[in-house]
Design a protein around this ligand. Structure first.
Ligand code: COA
Length: 185
């Protein structure tokens, strides 16, 4: 089966993005990494209710199936002088506000059908961050801890989507790589 390329031009024809509210229907979601399947099934609702992470679901309009999910949280990153300069940020403090993609996974059962779903989810996160900035609260960067423990290629995926590694890595054992994308520069 040839894959249908999903872009910002056609995404709304096939999919709709909704916040996770109920546990119903989550069991049909399967990630290539068990940890991400388990998170959606067992932790996403609890994290929502505890105000720890807010999860968004991408539904296929034709079937109602969940094709991808992401969990978003508030964040802040520490940047060096050189990094701040790179983004035109001339401030004396190191900590800059951000919004983080804490989890992102695409349903493997639809991966053969569509291409570009992961990218669409990042664009959706950017859209949400722009809304946050416009109406509520500043976040200069979109951030992620790229999980390279199961798949090294995840780094390339985020780089293709405009993220760069941070000099200060939170996770020194390198199971993840802390990355940022400037939303405005
Ligand atoms: C990582 C993930 C979200 C990517 O989703 P996706 O729908 O396959 O990504 P896209 O189709 O939008 O890919 C965009 C580009 O990145 C590349 N890419 C995506 N995943 C990649 C990987 N694992 N290795 C190398 N390149 C990858 C694609 O080939 C594509 O490149 P192109 O534009 O040159 O064709 C998905 O594979 C996934 O759910 N993985 C398991 C969970 C996980 O690791 N999540 C990341 C947590 S930080």
């Amino acid at each position: 089966m040839s894959q249908l390329k999903i872009t910002s031009a056609n995404v709304n024809n096939y999919f709709s993005l909704k916040p996770l509210l109920l546990e119903n229907g989550l069991e049909a979601f399967k990630s290539s990494v068990d940890e991400y399947t388990d998170y959606l099934l067992n932790d996403a609702i609890r994290s929502l209710n505890d105000h720890i992470a807010k999860t968004w679901l991408l539904h296929e309009r034709a079937t109602g199936n969940i094709v991808a999910y992401m969990s978003l949280i508030a964040d802040a990153i520490k940047l060096s002088f050189a990094e701040k300069e790179l983004h035109g940020l001339n401030y004396p403090f190191r900590t800059i506000p951000a919004m983080k993609i804490a989890k992102l996974a695409v349903n493997i059962t639809v991966a053969q059908k569509y291409k570009g779903i992961g990218t669409i989810m990042i664009q959706a996160a950017e859209h949400i961050a722009f809304g946050l900035n416009k109406d509520y609260c500043a976040a200069r960067f979109l951030t992620v801890d790229a999980d390279i423990e199961h798949d090294n290629g995840v780094l390339a995926f985020y780089e293709k989507n405009g993220f760069i590694p941070n000099a200060e890595l939170y996770n020194k054992n390198r199971k993840t790589i802390s990355m940022r994308k400037d939303l405005y520069y």
